[in-house]
Design a protein around this ligand. Structure first.
Ligand code: GLY
Length: 377
């Protein structure tokens, strides 16, 4: 590895020192942390953290967003996965994000069930949990599965029992007033007579959910909402984490892509990382995060690899109920792709954004969209 560079030259090559004060809240600390970081080395990978856009929106009453917090820790030589999980914990704990952790939109029975997985590139280890109830930070439980068991995925009651034994607080209900109110509204629309033909009921559930998105009651990104966060430090150590409350109003027990290695997240320390948000079923079908990392291994750039995964999702989407008036997928899927050299891209089926934090500070960037317009058009 090449030699470390000093604070002054880092600021010169990164962000002009005089401009630091003018940056948005949280930026200054991240930039200064980077400048002081012993882990920054000349010629090494460019340290960067990327995430879904909620990674630079929620602060849970603090001063830093997920990507700023993770970058801040990462450049201080904290273990990359620990830095990323500390970042996503902000979003998991913030009741304002109704797609992740505490206050995540519940399943069809009104119970919040959470999914998460994490991967440690250098150690080649992974852990995950699915359908976990009662623990606000499933990403930490996923890490505990990685650290303390021989397994990669614990689900349901077993995951909760494990969390309890590992000392996590298990709560009776992770709903907030907001998530409960939206669930009640959904229930009212879907189940006015208490029971329907199962097919009609599923269809009614989907339509009611989409209707609530169109009416602006639920952020479209949050219907399948999730956070994925990936980072690489100056030593080239790549890690990733994905955490979610999954599809809003899902059938109890439904697991999406987020906790599944290769779907919601894949990390290979030699190549990079990819993770997802959006319709988990579409991603599970093609294990897109694994695909993206494999395409990068064969030489594709993060953006091109991500776009190819989106094209494959489109090719696999043939059922009429999943197509819009243009014959294109009527749902969103986004991938957050990070090369081991620090090159990154956010790609999505339709226009969206993603979060980044590097030596220039935390910010939101547009994704590269496969199709113009919106999913529902
Ligand atoms: N991507 C989140 C889910 O489908 O559960």
């Amino acid at each position: 590895m090449s030699s470390p560079i000093g604070r002054r030259s880092f600021l010169k090559t990164g962000l002009a020192a005089g401009a630091v004060a003018a940056l948005p809240a949280g930026t200054e600390r991240a930039v200064q942390a980077a400048a002081q970081a012993p882990a920054i080395r000349k010629g090494g990978p460019r340290p960067v953290v990327i995430a879904s856009a909620n990674g630079h929106r929620f602060k849970n009453g603090g001063t830093l967003t997920c990507v700023a917090q993770a970058f801040d820790l990462m450049v201080k030589d904290t273990d990359v996965l620990h830095a990323l999980i500390t970042g996503v914990n902000i979003v998991e704990l913030d009741p304002e994000d109704d797609s992740v952790g505490y206050g995540g939109l519940p399943n069809a029975e009104g119970v919040v069930q959470l999914d998460s997985c994490c991967m440690h590139g250098p150690r080649k280890r992974a852990g995950g949990v699915a359908c976990l109830e009662g623990v606000r930070t499933p990403s930490k439980v996923a890490r505990a599965v990685m650290q303390h068991t021989d397994h990669h995925l614990l689900v349901g009651q077993g995951a909760q029992d494990f969390a309890r034994r590992m000392g996590f607080t298990v709560e009776v209900d992770l709903n907030t007033e907001h998530s409960r109110k939206l669930w009640l509204e959904w229930k009212r629309r879907v189940d006015p007579e208490h029971w329907l033909d199962p097919d009609k009921r599923a269809d009614a559930g989907f339509r009611a959910g989409m209707e609530m998105v169109r009416e602006g009651l639920i952020d479209s990104e949050h219907y399948y909402g999730t956070i994925n966060c990936n980072g690489v430090n100056a030593k080239g150590e790549v890690c990733g984490v994905t955490t979610t409350s999954g599809l809003a109003w899902k059938i109890p027990g439904r697991v999406g892509d987020s906790p599944i290695l290769g779907a919601g997240l894949y990390v290979d320390n030699a190549v990079g990382a990819a993770g997802s948000t959006g319709r988990g079923e579409a991603n599970l079908y093609g294990l897109s995060s694994f695909l993206i990392v494999e395409l990068m291994r064969r030489g594709m750039k993060p953006k091109d690899a991500g776009m190819e995964a989106l094209r494959r999702i489109q090719a696999a989407t043939v059922e009429k109920r999943l197509l819009n008036a243009r014959g294109l997928p009527n749902f969103g899927v986004s991938f957050y792709v990070l090369g081991a050299d620090g090159e990154h891209a956010g790609v999505s089926m339709y226009a969206s954004t993603y979060a980044v934090c590097d030596e220039q500070g935390p910010r939101i960037l547009p994704t590269e969209a496969l199709f113009p317009g919106k999913a529902g058009e």
